[in-house]
Design a protein. Structure first.
Length: 261
């Protein structure tokens, strides 16, 4: 396993013997990057959210030795509408059931801890529902949803700097400039800005009614340096969460299923 530890531990590249060895060595935690395939304005590729979550997990795996499950590239992107081609969305219940079933198999292999590293904002509710189901089925099931834009206060400040209802904004554009320049259409960035129209609204509207081009925020403000610095913060702060997750125990040991007598 020494050679394997020098690179991210990608579940799909490991053999069953290696996965078993990891568990026997004391590993009980996995990372699951959850992304989306959806429009990201005229300047970013549709795989941005999946790329963001997966690259983050790669770096955190290198820092902590925690294995990464294959990324989920489809998310709950219903709000992006059919106005712009490219979005491929699944229903909330589909995402919920997928995550629950993945955990069922993980648990069977001895892995009872799961961090859902979520790259798409509106995956958060289905992933939380999956968490609720898992912990109601398994006394020892430990799950957390980690939204990439809210890993820590300093990361959140960067993502929300140019819009409260941000999408394909300066932060996301800067990250892709740094991590995956092949997803960036640099010639489109300067004219991609669109304002956040959601302030003081009562209802949550789909993107076709809040954005002219699929963007909310100011990608024109993005710089390569901003992306590099933001990614470093994300890696550092998520790695700290992962290290705590490796050993954390519930405050009390009472069974979910045992009635007080």
């Amino acid at each position: 396993m020494k050679a394997l530890e020098q690179r991210p531990l990608l579940w799909e590249r490991l053999t069953w013997e290696e996965i078993g060895f990891l568990h026997q060595s004391g590993m009980s935690l996995c990372l699951l990057p959850v992304g989306a395939t959806e429009q990201h304005g005229p300047h970013l590729g549709t795989g941005m959210d999946t790329c963001n979550a997966a690259r983050l997990c790669d770096a955190v795996s290198l820092a902590t030795g925690v294995p990464i499950l294959p990324a989920l590239p489809y998310g709950c992107s219903l709000g992006h509408s059919h106005r712009w081609p490219g979005t491929l969305a699944v229903q909330p219940q589909t995402l919920i059931q997928t995550v629950v079933e993945i955990f069922d198999w993980l648990h069977g292999a001895g892995y009872n801890r799961l961090l859902l590293v979520n790259g798409h904002v509106t995956n958060a509710a289905p992933l939380r529902c999956a968490l609720e189901i898992i912990r109601s089925r398994y006394d020892d099931g430990l799950v957390r949803v980690c939204n990439v834009a809210e890993i820590s206060a300093r990361v959140r400040a960067e993502f929300f700097a140019d819009a409260e209802d941000w999408h394909a904004n300066a932060a996301e554009t800067a990250l892709m400039m740094s991590l995956a320049p092949e997803l960036v259409r640099t010639e489109k960035i300067a004219v991609a800005d669109d304002e956040d129209r959601t302030a003081r609204l009562v209802f949550s509207h789909p993107v076709n009614r809040t954005s002219r081009n699929g963007v909310t925020g100011h990608p024109s403000r993005a710089t390569l340096g901003q992306g590099e610095n933001l990614y470093r913060m994300m890696v550092e702060d998520l790695a700290a969460i992962v290290r705590s997750a490796l050993t954390e125990q519930p405050p009390l040991t009472e069974s979910y299923f045992k009635v007080v007598s």
